[in-house]
Structures are given as C-alpha cells and as structure tokens.
Design a protein around this ligand. Structure first.
Ligand code: PRE
Length: 282
C-alpha cells in the first residue's frame, strides 16, 4: 500500500505516518494540497496530514481541502506530542548572529514567544514543513540561518541544536488525520482513546437560530460533540461551514438519522467517517 505524507523525511507528519503504517511504502509530498491530490488521483491509497495543534489551532488548509474534495474521507486520527528545537549548521558557531529562522508556520507560531524574546530582530520565514526548513539549513553551510524542527530532522540533516524544547507550552500536541477515498476506517493495535465521527455542515442560509437548530439535532439525541469549528466558505465575507466531531460509535439509528434531520432543515452535510483516535509517542 502507498501512503503519502507531508514531507520531506523527518517531518512530524512522517513520524506519525511511520507509527501508523510501519510496513507500507511512505511517499513524501511537498505540501498538504499534494497529499490530497495524490489520494484524489489514486496515486496513493491514503495520506497523512496535520489537522490541528493544541497551541496554534487548526491547520486551515487541511480543513479547506476536506471540504473541497467530496470523495475524500477520514479513516483515523492520531495525536502526537510535539517538541521543537532551534538548530543551525555545524559549520556555524553557537553564538552566530542568526539572520533568518525558517520553519512551518505552525511551528513558528508554537514557538512564537521564545523566538520573539530571544531573537526579536531575526526574520522568521515560513517553510512548507519543519523538516524542509532543516534541509534548507543543511544545504547552506555558509549562511547564518536556523530552523525550528524536531530532533530527528537535526540528526538526519546533521544540524546542531542550539536551543531545545522552545515550544511555548510544554504540553504540545498535534492531531493528524489519515485520509482516503475508502468507506472503511483504519484499525491498528496502537493505543486508542476511542471513536468519533467527523461531519462538515453548511447551514442553509443566514437566519436567526440557524446554528441552534443544527445543534439541537445533536442535543436531543444526547450526542456528545468534542469539537465545533467554523471556517470561511470563501464565497463572501461572513459565510462559513462547520467542522463538527461527535464522540463515540455511529451504530445506532438515532445517530444515523441525525444526518437526515440536518438535511431536512436545509443543511448540507458531508460525512467524513466514524474512526478511531490513536495516541502516539514521539
Ligand atoms: O512541518 C512538519 O514537520 C509537519 O509535519 C507539519 C506540522 C503542522 O502543520 O502542524 C505538524 C506538526 C507540528 O505542529 C508542526 C508542523
């Protein structure tokens, strides 16, 4: 089986994909869109992409592409502890006057206070992933640049960590999802905290009590929501869709009928799947 992931090697997404799929062929992609396209074009069977982080929140690109690709569903979630370190090329001195720090925008945001306090004058530049940033530093031994990435990237690309554990909150976790076109959910012996269901809901039209009507569909059925997030529809300012997750199995009639009721009140619903949440170690 072929599994795409947000690469290159040693990205947090690869660490996650390796634990979920230790025996499959893992294929790095340059960005999240390419992971979705690889699944859509049947180039791979599944892909692993980041969905949200406990400090910085949702990876909006992932949510947008889940909405924009009707045939792509979610097979599993995996939560991984995240530790960021600042690293430079070993040719540079430890007290080098760094001129630029590269990383994924999520990683820069998760380490914002540290970087702002310790490197206030240094330009922070977005990169497609933490590992790609580390690779860039390794390819430029003469430049006074640094990357925020994990310790595996430091090892793989031969970099020197000058500040470790720079993420602003010690408890830092990122949630990843496994996406595919399959109706089946992914299972494994890995530690799991249980099942949940993902739904993308668009309200019919803007009217008083619209969201209340939608939530009441879940409330009277005693369905426990673990997340509700609104995201712009990109049609015009003020138009949103909602990403909702419901705790538990999706095997009773009341739950299943909730989708019919949502559609009956005019909402558009995409069922992302009923899948397990796995708890990984870093
Ligand atoms: O850049 C990486 O290493 C990724 O796998 C992406 C990503 C993300 O988008 O959230 C994954 C985990 C961390 O939260 C930081 C970056």
């Amino acid at each position: 089986m072929k599994i795409a992931f947000l690469g290159p090697e040693a990205s947090f997404t690869q660490l996650t994909a390796t634990q979920l799929f230790p025996n499959e062929e893992l294929i790095p992609k340059a960005n999240i869109l390419d992971c979705f396209l690889a699944v859509q074009n049947n180039e791979v069977d599944k892909a692993v992409v980041p969905l949200e982080n406990s400090i910085e929140g949702t990876v909006s690109m992932t949510l947008d592409y889940l909405y924009q690709t009707p045939e792509i569903r979610v097979e599993a979630e995996a939560v991984m502890p995240i530790a960021h370190h600042l690293m430079i090329h070993p040719n540079q001195e430890n007290d080098t006057e760094i001129e630029k720090i590269y990383s994924h925008p999520q990683a820069l945001a998760q380490s914002f206070h540290f970087l702002n306090h310790n490197y206030p004058e240094v330009t922070k530049q977005d990169f497609t992933s933490t590992a790609a940033a580390a690779k860039r530093v390794s390819e430029n031994p003469d430049r006074k640049i640094a990357a925020v990435a994990n310790k595996f990237a430091a090892e793989l690309y031969g970099l020197k960590i000058i500040n470790d554990n720079i993420h602003d909150v010690e408890e830092n976790h990122t949630r990843f999802i496994v996406i595919s076109k399959s109706d089946e959910s992914f299972d494994s012996d890995l530690n799991s905290s249980g099942k949940k269901t993902g739904l993308l809901i668009t309200l019919p039209e803007d009217h008083a009590g619209g969201l209340h009507q939608v939530l009441s569909v879940f409330a009277w059925r005693n369905m426990n929501l673990s997340k509700i997030e609104s995201r712009t529809l990109k049609t015009k300012l003020g138009n949103y869709f909602f990403f909702v997750t419901v705790v538990g199995d999706w095997n009773n009639v009341l739950y299943i009928n909730s989708i019919d009721e949502l559609r009956a009140i005019g909402a558009d619903v995409k069922f992302l799947g009923n899948y397990k949440e796995f708890l990984l170690e870093s």
